[in-house]
Design a protein around this ligand. Sequence first.
Ligand SMILES: CC(C)(COP(=O)(O)OP(=O)(O)OC[C@H]1O[C@@H](n2cnc3c(N)ncnc32)[C@H](O)[C@@H]1OP(=O)(O)O)[C@@H](O)C(=O)NCCC(=O)NCCS
Length: 129
Amino acid sequence: MTQALPKDTNPGGNIFGGWVLAQMDIAGELMANEIACGPAVTVTVDKMAFKLPVHVGDTICIYAELLRVGNSSMDIKLEVWARQLFGEYKAESHLVTEGIFRYVALDKRGSPSRVPDNPQIFDRSCNAD
Ligand SMILES: CC(C)(COP(=O)(O)OP(=O)(O)OC[C@H]1O[C@@H](n2cnc3c(N)ncnc32)[C@H](O)[C@@H]1OP(=O)(O)O)[C@@H](O)C(=O)NCCC(=O)NCCS
């Protein structure tokens, strides 16, 4: 969870989409690091949708779901939910942005490396492609 600050606004006064995307990438990379048991980098961002604006002072929570594990790649769906805590208190949160990020596990030389099997977390045989 983090808070959108005035320094992150666009000229329209709402939160800059690039800031939201950066928070998603940080969250997804943390999950990819855990799954890969090591470093991973972002290779693609897909199906990004900015559905609602994020306002200054909103808190955002990012939820990550592992969709697919290939050889070295991992597809992670990220959802951003925002809640107004600054000014008028609002108890409910709203889905503001979502996207599917692909990460690639790297070895010590920075080359793609196979994501180690972890049957408690994922099953490669379920992959669609
Ligand atoms: C990610 C990177 C290491 C992949 O290197 P590469 O030589 O293309 O590696 P490969 O061709 O062996 O592909 C590795 C995996 O990435 C996937 N991949 C690579 N390019 C892709 C693309 N354009 N779209 C979708 N998947 C892609 C491949 O399908 C493969 O998945 P798999 O191992 O599960 O089958 C390299 O492109 C890189 O370093 N990119 C910069 C990453 C970075 O700096 N990210 C931060 C951006 S701000």
